[in-house]
Design a protein. Sequence first.
Lengths: 273, 270
Amino acid sequence: MAATDVNPTALSLQADLRRKRFLKMGLIWAIVLFFVAWCLQGTIIEDTDWARVGGRSGVLGSIGRYLTLDWGLLPELLIPTLETFMMACVGTVVGCFFSLPVAWLGAANVTPSKMILYPLGRFLMVLSRSVHEIVWALIFVSAVGLGALPGILAIAMRSVGFISKITAEAIENIDAKPVEAIRAVGGNQFQVMYYGILPQIYPVVLATVIFEWDINIRRSAVMGLVGAGGLGLLFFRQMNSFNYGGVSMVILAILLLIVLGEVISHYLRKAVI
Amino acid sequence: MAMQALTRCNAGQATAGRNDMAVLTVKDLRVRYSAKGPEILKGIDFEVEDDDFLAIIGPSGAGKSTLIRCVNRLVEPSGGSIHLLGEDVCSLNARALRGLRRNVGMIFQEFNLINRMSVMDNVLSGRLGYTGNIRSLFRAFPRKDVEQALYYLDRVGLSDHINKRADELSGGQRQRVGIARALMQAPKLLLLDEPTSALDPKISREVMALIRDIALELKVPALCNIHDVQLAKEFCNRIIGLQDGYKKFDGATDTLRDSDLDDIYAMEVL
């Protein structure tokens, strides 16, 4: 069959279809491009102080100031670095502690009340995650004052959402058979949870807690920006006194701490799973 | 030592057995899982005497599992009455129900073991009904429980596997762990929910023989769901036939005729 023998109706239908698709694609692209241009106009073009940016040398010069290191700051770094690390650890532990009841409320198959407490548990999970750690820190600084304590509380509150959500999901996915067995031997509510549920969820929960601890080291490094202790406070002071070499030193310390956390959590996770 | 404990236990059961009342009396038992759902059991009556090894046979969906789970109220009956060891099962509060459940050993189709725990801890979990929360938290079971567990593990032939994780064992071995766990309760009734249907024919026969021998030895009556009629005839002294929530047959094993079986399994032929 030669190419000219095709059914003319099919051909015209095809041509029609393709023209329509071409127009549709063109329209979508036009909308996307317009939207991006509009955003650029609103943010960068109108909002930037172009005189302040100056020439190329100005920008590079400003960035270059950070490339020096203020080694004199070294002795002052040790304590805040340690404090940052401790805040992350204690914050994670406290967060786990609060996660347990929230997970219990928010797991559909074990919640004490499906009508009231289950939605409450789910709401607490969302609340914990939808408020940024800095905002939590601001709230706790105004509640308990400056120092590491508000930082720990902020980290704990921020951790609850993720840990309890994963835990609740793990509880919802358990195999019901061991639970039935523990109920059948006359086990009480605690024994059913401890023997029937916990052995099934603990690998998942432990891996999640280690992951959260790793993230919490990052979080605790910025807590000081709002007065909640750790390296962030030192960072804030160096920035305010225009000591750019000092700022770089603090960033370096944060980097080392995070690498350390990464290494530790890697081996911990291996040990758990 | 463990043997002595066992003998004492037997003596206790033997005296209890002399009561004229049946161990288990079920009257007009009805179950529906939801208010509008179909009725799964439609008025079942039967009794278990203290020397019974009673089989419940019937096609899939007849209500065998539901029936057996009503006895220790893993499933809530919606009508009728159940009297077990002289107590009205349906009227018990949560605490009394736990007290009753620990007297009833249950063996499951899929073993229902805690996979991440050792064989020993699984067997000891049979004692949880007698164990306080603090001891449970640290898995600190009394010494006599550990001795008893070692004895039963030996009895079911698992002495070489005590510290293995439950999920490392084969199907037949896992069911033996399930049997030892049920025995740890010092049960006064055994509920067996299809104990062999996850096992191959040879192992099935071994496991059934083991359960029957132990039940005879400890003088514990047993109520056994089983879909394999051959096994039921071979190991059980009485048979109840269920079909679609109704009792179709109830009598000694040697009175079960082929026409009864045709009746019980009539729905399946269609």
